[in-house]
Structures are given as structure tokens and as C-alpha cells.
Design a protein around this ligand. Structure first.
Ligand code: MG
Length: 284
């Protein structure tokens, strides 16, 4: 099932998308996605879908979780091909992690809606880049879970564009600042629940800039996979409902081209994952 956060007449709400993908059915009494995560196990989705639907084109979709309660947990260099291109660009400092994943975090004051603007910060950033990523949303408290049980803690999956300011990312020892500027986290267009998206199967992941295919990979080429990451992160640290984990990006980011292909105002960035959809944004 696909779950959306949307705005209608100036108010935001959450809803279920019907099977045809044409109408949004608001979930009564549910203020936001965090509340929907809480009531999800008990929700009679069939009853919600029998309720009145709003035509999808008549609502404005927002990021499924517009204001995450905590920073997004990100994986760095988590596809073999991206490790290779990063190593070629950055030299000896960047290697594919062979034993332990690279974790970093990304502040998201407000996630960018589908169709919304990526802020270029052109007074500050000369090398703006895109990273199409699969993002995992945790559904119930995960503490010391095993890899075998890890997927039971997943609420759903969405697409996240880990927009990056490369100079800022690399001039500080940690990537946090260069990943966390306002308008750097497009997310959506919706959350797909695990019954509809099998993360254990290879799914195509792509990005296009102004229609030009840049990233073109499959999720099975991740170095560390979702069950492993949830299990490891949950050792000694509770992953609370609503936690977002962004699983890293494949090769084909702007930094990897010679010369680099940075983003500029007016560019249209489309990130797609098979089984989820396409998240399209414009650089402003
Ligand atoms: Mg990334």
C-alpha cells in the first residue's frame, strides 16, 4: 500500500492511495505520518479505502515525513560502483568499507515535497550534487534485533535524494554540514509498505537530470543490506518509530563525471526506484 502526506485547502493530512493510484483516502483522526505509524497495526485499511477519496491531482503531495523527529541516518559509500567512482575522484581517502558500514547523519528541518524545490544555495555552494537513495522507515521500536527479524520492524520504504554540497561535505572531517543545508532532502512521493515492496529482491534505482540518465543500478548491489543495517544499528541503540535510514547511492552522481556534472538552478532531478515510483524536483 502507498501512504501519502498531502495538503488540501492549506491543511496537511495523511492518506492511503487507492490501488489504481488515482485517489487519496484520508485517514480520519490521524494528524501526520508519525501518528499513522502508531496506529498502523490496528488500522482497518479496507474501511479507509471505502471512505471518500480525493482525486490525486487535486491534492498537493508533501514529503511523506515532512519533519522527521530525528536526523536521518545515512550510509556512505554503500554501493560497490559508487565506491569506485568516489575513490577515483577523491583519491586514496575513499575506500569501499569492507568490514563496517559508514554511518553519518543528515539534518532535515523540512523535507522537500515531490515537485518541490531543491535549494541551490549558490552563494555558498559551487558543486551541488544529487544522490538517489532507498530510504527505510522504522515502524516500531527496534532494540537488539537480529538480522533475521529486522524486516519485521520496517514500516515502509520511500525515495530520498541525499543532496550534497561536495566542497562543504569534504572540507569538514565529517559530512554532516555538507549534507544538511535547508532544501537538501527531497523525499517521497510516498511510503510503500513491505507487503508491496520486497526489499530482498533487486529493484532498479535510477536518477535522471533534465531527462538524461545518470544513475542506473539495482539495490542488490548495496554493500550492506537493510536487514544487516537495522540489526547492527539496533545493538545498544533503540531505533524509534519514524526513524529514517537512507541506504546510500549507486554510481553516476555528478561528482563522478570528468568534468563533474554539478546541478544548477532550473535543473530537473528525477530519482526512481522500481516498485516505489519517481521523485521529481527542480533546483532553485
Ligand atoms: Mg548519500
Amino acid at each position: 500500500m502507498k501512504l501519502v502526506t498531502f495538503e488540501k485547502d492549506g491543511r496537511s493530512a495523511v492518506g492511503l492511495l487507492n490501488a489504481a493510484g488515482t485517489a487519496v483516502h484520508p485517514v480520519p483522526g490521524c494528524a501526520d505520518m508519525q501518528a499513522l505509524i502508531g496506529i498502523w497495526p490496528a488500522l482497518d485499511t479496507a474501511a479507509v479505502l471505502r471512505g471518500e477519496g480525493l482525486p490525486l491531482e487535486r491534492v498537493r503531495l508533501l514529503a511523506p515525513i515532512p519533519r522527521p523527529v530525528q536526523d536521518v541516518i545515512c550510509l556512505g559509500i554503500n554501493y560497490f560502483d559508487h565506491a569506485k567512482e568516489s575513490e577515483a575522484v577523491a583519491g586514496k581517502g575513499v575506500k569501499a568499507p569492507d568490514t563496517f558500514p559508514i554511518y553519518f547523519s543528515k539534518r532535515v528541518n523540512e523535507a522537500v515535497a515531490p515537485g518541490g524545490d531543491i535549494l541551490s544555495h549558490s552563494d555558498l555552494v559551487a558543486d551541488l550534487d544529487y544522490e538517489a537513495e532507498l530510504a527505510v522507515v522504522i515502524g516500531r521500536p527496534a532494540y537488539n534485533v537480529s538480522e533475521a527479524d529486522a524486516l519485521d520492524y520496517v514500516f515502509g520504504y520511500t525515495i530520498l535524494n541525499d543532496v550534497s554540497a561536495r566542497t562543504i561535505q569534504n572540507q569538514h572531517k565529517q559530512w554532516y554540514r555538507g549534507k544538511s543545508l535547508d532544501g537538501f532532502t527531497p523525499m517521497g512521493p510516498w511510503i510503500v509498505t513491505p507487503d508491496e515492496f520486497d526489499v530482498r529482491r533487486p529493484q532498479k534505482i535510477q536518477s535522471r537530470i533534465n531527462g538524461e540518465l545518470r544513475q542506473d543500478s539495482t539495490t542488490d548491489l548495496m554493500i550492506f543490506h537493510v536487514p544487516y543495517v537495522i540489526a547492527e544499528l539496533s545493538q545498544g541503540m533503540t531505533l524509534r518509530p519514524g526513524t529514517i535510514i537512507s541506504m546510500g547511492t549507486p554510481a553516476g552522481v555528478g561528482m563522478g563525471f570528468d568534468p563533474p556534472k554539478w546541478l544548477h538552478p532550473g535543473d530537473v532531478v528525477a530519482c526512481s526506484i522500481e516498485g516505489i515510483g519517481t521523485l521529481t524536483n527542480t533546483v532553485r
